[in-house]
Design a protein around this ligand. Sequence first.
Ligand code: BEZ
Ligand code: FE
Length: 300
Amino acid sequence: MTSETRAAVPAEQQAREAEITRQVLDSFGDCTDPRLREVLKSLVRHLHAFVREVRLTEDEWSKGIDFLTRAGHITHDRRQEFILLSDVLGASMQTVAVNNQAYGDATEATVFGPFFVEENPEIENGGDIAFGAAGEPCWVEGTVTDSTGKPVPGARIEVWEADEDGFYDTQYGDDRTAARAHLFTGADGGYRFWGLTPTPYPIPHDGPVGELLAATGRSPMRASHLHFMVSAPGLRTLVTHIFVKGDELLDHDAVFGVKESLVKEFRRQRPDTPAPDGRDLEGRAWSRVGFDIVLAPDGA
Ligand code: BEZ
Ligand code: FE
């Protein structure tokens, strides 16, 4: 509560409101799961403080309930409005920050997003994740090491991205699988694959979260990026993206996911430049980017 609003609420009323909070906190006294008790009590403390601080009206409460109800109704197995809500409120990035503390020069994590799919094709090291998705080819290469610099062979790398029209395969409403795959690092910890040069795209904004962004004058656009999830035994799983140096949206990402260390130079190549693996690019321009990944120890 600001000192201004607190001053406006008579002491007796403040005591009545505090008593409600106390009763709810006490109601968790018999909860035998200590973590659940801690989380719920803290949630109630903050929620009640919020209601009291803004002096929430009943009409506003009703609108909030309606918002959450509509978020529920628009959610299905391929559309997750609650993750979007968490993302645009920065709760996702705050959770990432809390759970991925800096460790030496370990690669920084960022937001997971709603478009990862567990079942995705395996490609050879050097293969192509596009599977027909439209976009400029991009050669991506790097290494996976642990924080002592030791190469990590056999690390699993999941990659996924939007096509040049700004859509993930799951947004087309058919059964296509495109612009996503997984591969494994070689004996030297190296990896390479063909992806698509990332382009900016809006997060889904045809639902309640889009209304919230519009009502607050915020853009739904995400800075261009390519998603990675990298895992190996004994090492902390890394969920991250790389972003495109020079992208105008780097400072205005709708979900606050950009970190300086993840901004990489995607070097544009003229159509006649030979591809690193000798692939025939049929006269198309292409790009290339390097991304060396360092994994922290598990539990770091
Ligand atoms: C994504 O990058 O795929 C994403 C992240 C947060 C919200 C929507 C999309
Ligand atoms: Fe994305």
